[in-house]
Design a protein around this ligand. Structure first.
Ligand code: NIG
Ligand code: FE
Length: 410
């Protein structure tokens, strides 16, 4: 390890490490060296030799400290908005009807294709900044509003640029199999073949960390999804899936066959899907913002996921159609109120399990020596308050990769 050494002391640490509830350590300290945590524990146990190495010592005044939050499912890069479709849904139209009539994802594709790279970057980085202000230090960004070789690449480049220019860790997911673009109308198999053919070039340019698809009645069939996944596997890329959101296509079991990092949405998941996910070690990413905004009534099968030991993550699913919100903390609250997660499960869902859903389980999501120094100090006494308040931002300071990005020294 190398780099500046800073001791962050006088904190109430919710490390989220296994053991005590919340991995709680009262009167805790974090010794940061460069971008990593060098030591974590009760301040009274900090070895003197290590304490002496600290060039700076900063008191957190007893604040609650958690790992940096991880939003493991977003569609942050897009043009325009869909407020008119929101009105149409309030007047009685369904998400499904709007999509089949050529609106929905395809209307955002049109708005994205005419936006310049600069506009896409500006809007997406403003959205990222809102998430970061609430303690988010890592996000996933999916493509899926370009739907051509040129425009998918453009959106992924914008996502990569966000990771370079903002103090935020960004994982990029290719979601070319999101909807059928108009130039392939009635030719979904041809579109999937084309999307599979773009993948090697996107990967060669370093734009893809994972491959996702939308497997549903208004999107792609399991057979088409399988072709996308085979292309990903051929390139050694992990897969994820928008699965069982609006109907049960048995997509989760299919994704599990490919060792999926995660299956996301899951309102219509059945017990076979749960078993398959458990066996594959896939994370269940729940998206209460989309559940809320589409006024869904069918809740994902949480007790079944718990019983099977499937790790549960929570994400914003930020996108212009089904979840235009930018508060991961609000998602914690909704995961508890709508889905009956415990506040501790909800926090694990945006730390430990969200890291796992991005393939970052060994390095991110817990406050532990050797892991990344990504953490947040909150103006709160207890960790269950994170899921309790809503419409309030108690974030005091954020440290990402050892550097303060929100707070007095940022
Ligand atoms: O995760 N389900 C598919 N994709 C997005 C919504 C996309 C949109 O409506 O623009 C989601 O909810
Ligand atoms: Fe999504």
């Amino acid at each position: 390890m190398s780099g500046p050494v800073t001791l962050w002391r006088n904190a109430r640490l919710a490390t989220m490490c296994p053991g005590a509830p919340w991995g709680l350590i009262d009167a805790g300290a974090l010794l940061v060296e460069g971008e990593l945590l060098r030591w974590v524990g009760p301040e009274s146990a900090l070895p003197t030799a290590l304490a002496r190495r600290a060039e700076h010592s900063i008191s957190l005044d007893g604040a609650l400290v958690t790992p940096g939050l991880i939003d493991c499912h977003t569609h942050l890069v897009y043009g325009g908005h869909r407020a008119r479709e929101f009105e149409m849904r309030l007047e009685g139209a369904t998400y499904d009807q709007i999509a089949r009539a050529g609106g929905g994802i395809r209307s955002t594709v049109s708005a994205t294709r005419v936006a310049t790279d600069g506009q896409l970057f500006k809007q997406a980085s403003e959205r990222a900044a809102v998430l970061m202000g609430e303690g988010v230090t890592t996000i996933e960004i999916k493509s899926g509003y370009g739907l051509s070789a040129e425009h998918e690449a453009r959106c992924l480049r914008v996502a990569r640029r966000i990771g370079r220019e903002l103090p935020l860790t960004v994982r990029c997911t290719s979601l070319a199999a999101h909807a059928l673009p108009h130039e392939f109308s009635d030719r979904p198999d041809d579109y999937i073949a084309a999307a599979c053919a773009w993948l090697p070039e996107l990967q060669a340019e370093g734009l893809v960390d994972a491959v996702d698809a939308f497997c549903d009645s208004i999107a792609f069939t399991p057979a088409q999804t399988r072709r996308m996944f085979e292309a990903a596997r051929g390139l050694g890329l992990p897969v994820k899936l928008h699965a069982e959101q609006l109907s049960n296509q048995h997509g989760a079991a299919l994704a599990a066959e490919f060792g999926a990092l995660s299956c996301d949405h899951l309102e219509h998941l059945d017990s076979d899907g749960i078993r398959a996910m458990a066996a594959a070690g896939s994370v269940a990413v729940l998206l209460p913002g989309a559940f809320y905004f589409l006024r869904e009534t069918r809740v994902p099968p949480i007790p079944g996921l718990r019983d099977a030991g499937v790790p549960i993550a929570i994400a914003s699913d930020h996108n212009p159609g089904s979840s235009p919100g930018l508060s991961l903390l609000l998602m914690l609250n909704m995961a508890c109120t709508f889905f009956r997660l415990t506040p501790e499960e909800a926090l694990r869902g945006v730390t430990v399990h969200a890291a796992q859903a991005l393939g970052l389980g060994a390095t991110h999501g817990q406050l532990q020596a050797g892991r990344r120094a990504d953490f947040v100090a909150w103006d709160l006494d207890a960790p269950n308050e994170l899921a309790y308040w809503f419409g309030r931002n108690p974030c005091l300071r954020v440290v990402r990769a050892g550097i303060e990005t929100v707070g007095p020294d940022a």
